[in-house]
Every structure is written in structure tokens, then in C-alpha cells.
Ligand binder design. Structure first.
Ligand code: ZN
Length: 310
């Protein structure tokens, strides 16, 4: 069956799939990135993994893959296929698309940014199926976002489009890793909620999931921590609504695992803030940690359809 290689390179692990044109997964595999062995070893591991996936396709699906898509973190130059910088993986100006193409015998390769490919997959085959304007927000260690328009992700002029985590929602608020103060991710990321709850309850190991559980159990201190995060998130979403007017806001990442404990107050907080804007539908992401890999595969298929029509 015709398929492409879909590969997501994360800080610690790689997730891969062989993907049919309709987005269905024909085979899945995972392995460590091996970053403790250095950047060169990471690059070798990526190339080896891709080559093995191509072999698996030939052996188990009866044909070689027709393209490959790879998602990486950090700053990337999608147009030129260069992984510009990743603090986690240590590379600078790595020509990953070219290296992969060579290793895979001249196969067409698409290089994508992990959050944007995750958003692409959620928008096309996940929680946003059938929606042509959406905002994807991932609440993890930080907060990342992707703007979906007409079946593609708008990366902006410099590749920083969708950075809702660094919208300032509390001027003069907590210091952010980016150098500003009061960015959304200092208040509503899973890490921010974990920190705030650890401070409030006195247990340094308490995390966002424990905070959600305490909210459900009726703990007023947890409710206060949670409300701070939900209010900040609602402010960020309403700002995005005013600028972009998406029909759907897809919320994923660790904090979204809290389910209705997050979504019920979040929907209320968003609708309370709207004046003239049309309310977005706020829904949980569906694809969890496979979104970036699936989106990389979709980019690979898009590459082929572009080549055919070009
Ligand atoms: Zn920031």
C-alpha cells in the first residue's frame, strides 16, 4: 500500500509511523533520541531510524515509502529544510532535509516544526476535522500554538506565528524565559500550574495533575491556583479570537488531560470575556503525543500533491 514515513523527533524520544494517504496509521514505532550521546549521535539516530522505517515499509507493506516528513523542535527554516537551532538537541543550521533525502535514496522529504505539524494533524484528522479556521494551543512545559487556515498552518514571516505562549496577559507579571514578564506560559502552562500548586500546598513534588485532582476534591487553595491559570488562558484565547476569529480552539498538552475540570471553567471564562466576537468552540485535542508525527506524515503527502500540480 502507498505510504509515507512520518517521524517526530522530540527532546528525549522519536515517534514514527508509516502513514497512508487518508491519514491512517499502517505501522508505528518509537525509540530514544539518544541526546546524551551528543548531537552527531542524534542525527545518526534520526537517519538510521528513517532508513529502517523505509525497510519496514518494503518488507511489511510491499512497497517503498513515496515520501518522508520529519518534525523537529526549536527554530526551523521550512523552506530550505534546515533545522536552524534546538536548545534540547544541540544542533545549529543542520541541513536535515538534504541529509534525509540522501539517506533515503532521493526520496522527497518535508521538514516541519513539531508544534505546527501537531496542529496540522489535529486540524485535519483530529479534533478539528472539517474546520477551516482553528487555533491549536498546547499547554505543556511551556505554551505553544499553531494557526490553522484552509488546511494548512500559518507559520508567519519568520517562523514564529502562533506563539500564543508569549502573549503578555499580565503586564509586569512573572518573568518568562523569553525575557518578558507576564507571558501566558508563565501563568497557564502545566509547569506554571505545577509550580503554583507546589507553593500553595507546600509539597515541592505536587504537579498540575495533583492540582486538578485537588480542585475536583473541593480544595479552595487548588481552586484559586486553577482559577488564576484559567483566567490567564481565557485572556489569551480571547486575544487570539479578536485577531484571528477561529471557529474552533483545540487545547492539548499535559494540562488538557484534566478534561472537564479545565474545559468547563475555560469555556465559561472565554464566553464571559467576549463582547462582539463570535464564540469559538473550545475542544480537547484528540491525537495526544502522536499529533506531531502524524502531521509530519501529512506534510509529506502535501509535498507530493504540490509536486504533481506544480
Ligand atoms: Zn515569554
Amino acid at each position: 500500500m502507498k505510504h509515507v514515513i512520518a517521524l517526530d523527533v522530540g527532546g528525549t524520544g522519536m515517534k514514527a509511523a508509516l502513514l497512508a494517504q487518508d491519514g491512517s496509521v499502517l505501522l508505528e514505532a518509537r525509540r530514544p533520541t539518544g541526546r546524551e550521546h551528543g548531537t552527531d549521535a542524534v542525527v545518526t539516530a534520526i537517519l538510521d531510524f528513517a532508513a529502517e522505517l523505509a525497510d519496514e515499509g518494503r518488507t511489511r507493506l510491499g512497497s517503498a515509502p513515496v515520501a518522508a516528513g520529519v518534525a523537529v523542535p526549536g527554530t526551523i527554516d521550512e523552506k530550505n529544510g534546515i533545522a536552524v537551532f534546538s536548545a534540547n538537541l544541540g544542533w545549529r543550521d543542520l541541513p536535515l532535509r538534504k541529509l534525509l533525502g540522501e539517506r533515503l535514496g532521493g526520496l522527497p522529504v518535508a521538514l516541519g516544526h513539531d508544534v505546527r505539524t501537531g496542529g496540522l494533524a489535529e486540524g485535519r484528522i483530529g479534533a478539528g476535522r472539517g474546520v477551516d479556521r482553528f487555533l491549536f494551543v498546547a499547554l505543556g512545559t511551556g505554551i505553544a500554538g499553531a494557526i490553522g487556515i484552509d488546511g494548512r498552518i500559518e507559520a508567519g514571516a519568520h517562523g514564529y506565528g502562533g506563539e500564543i505562549g508569549h502573549v503578555v496577559v499580565r503586564p509586569g507579571g512573572p518573568a518568562c524565559g523569553c525575557g518578558a514578564r507576564g507571558c501566558l506560559e508563565t501563568l497557564a502552562s502545566a509547569s506554571a500550574v505545577s509550580r503554583a500548586w507546589a507553593d500553595a500546598c507546600g509539597d515541592p513534588d505536587a504537579d498540575a495533575a495533583a492540582c486538578a485532582a485537588a480542585v475536583e476534591a473541593g480544595d479552595p487553595r487548588a481552586a484559586e491556583v486553577w482559577r488564576t491559570a484559567v483566567d490567564a488562558l481565557a485572556d489569551g484565547i480571547v486575544l487570539a479570537q479578536s485577531l484571528l476569529d477561529p471557529s474552533t480552539v483545540i487545547v492539548g498538552g499535559g494540562l488538557a488531560e484534566a478534561g472537564d475540570t479545565l474545559f468547563t471553567p475555560l469555556r465559561t471564562a472565554v464566553s464571559e470575556r467576549l463582547t462582539f466576537q463570535m464564540p469559538p468552540v473550545v475542544v480537547p485535542a484528540e491525537l495526544r503525543d502522536t499529533a506531531a508525527s502524524l502531521g509530519a506524515g501529512l506534510l509529506a503527502w502535501d509535498l507530493l500533491s504540490t509536486e504533481v500540480t506544480a
